[in-house]
Design a protein around this ligand. Sequence first.
Ligand SMILES: OC[C@H]1O[C@H](O[C@H]2O[C@H](CO)[C@@H](O)[C@H](O)[C@H]2O)[C@H](O)[C@@H](O)[C@@H]1O
Length: 370
Amino acid sequence: MGSVAAAAAEGKGDREEEEGAKALLALLQRVQSEALRLLGPVDFDPKLYVDLPLAPGADRAAAESALASVATREEMEAYLARYFAAAGSDLLAADPPDFDPEPRGFLPRVAAGGEARAWALQVHALWKDLARRVAPDVAARPGRHTLLPLPGRVVVPGSRFREVYYWDSYWVVRYMEQDIAVFAELIGDKAAAEIFSGASKAHAIRQSETICGILRWNGESLTLASPHRPGLVPFLDEAKSVRVMRSLQTSGLVYPAGIATSVSNTGQQWDFPNGWAPLQHLITEGLLNSGSTEAKKFAEDIATRWVRTNYAAYKSTGAMHEKYDVEACGKSGGGGEYKPQTGFGWSNGVLLSFMEEFGWSQDKEIGCLS
Ligand SMILES: OC[C@H]1O[C@H](O[C@H]2O[C@H](CO)[C@@H](O)[C@H](O)[C@H]2O)[C@H](O)[C@@H](O)[C@@H]1O
């Protein structure tokens, strides 16, 4: 085939894939509505349906027609098994061959031989479970998947959150810029692609100069790289820092196991009594960046509560959680639209970041103080 003809054929193929992707989304929306009708709200997780890739060899048009005759929960199960592959099956485990179970410079201020360090190493090992790569079929036949292809390894939050998440990634890995550059390229935003690609390269250079506290696989950092992020948390002068701290201390948000998300108990997950790792981290960073010794002590106090509750919950459940209940040490969070999830990207990143920043001495109790 001549090059013009080949390019035309390729363009036609791209258009077909694009139309296929739109049609798949429309079909999955219909499947989702049907599933809600048949399963009822309790057993229904809306995210499952939008994550379904077409099964190898399954025909989308046939799946569209067959949906009309699905009338029971059992028929829905059979229908899904026939036409779709499992949700998340287009993200493959990506066990990093060069994973170092205890990298050089790992948490230098956490006492060797202690319980805290043994646990931190277990949390570090969780990155292996959370590493994924996108299956080759996603790029080859995008019309059969709802996932966007990313070129390298990625780290996912965990459980039902099977793909890369926007702000979660900040607490997981600084290399997020690389992924944003790819997404920007995909939607044709060349300017954004250049900015984020440049930022990614700049971080890569800075990362190679920073040794302590950065864990690497293949030259990529997999934890929150530095506890100090200029730009994200503003620097306040000492007087303002103390005012902000007092206001936080009297806000009704400070609890034995961390800072609550809000004072309203609505049953929603971003409300009381839940505490989320990124918020503990942002507040702690802000206090640390202040010129006030008292604010810095308060930052350590918040981090200590958070580490203890994470530890106690890990000991009793064997998992790191997406959110925690700040009312009691060792209790994971709940509420909202889906079952509480474990894994968990940003919780692990914040925990390791706190351990790095504040250390943990041999004689400091890691469990809950009763
Ligand atoms: O269904 C409620 C929300 O669930 C997701 O958001 C939650 O998990 C994300 C991944 O950890 C996290 O980035 C977000 O802050 C959490 O609220 C989903 O991404 C949301 O679209 C959805 O509304």
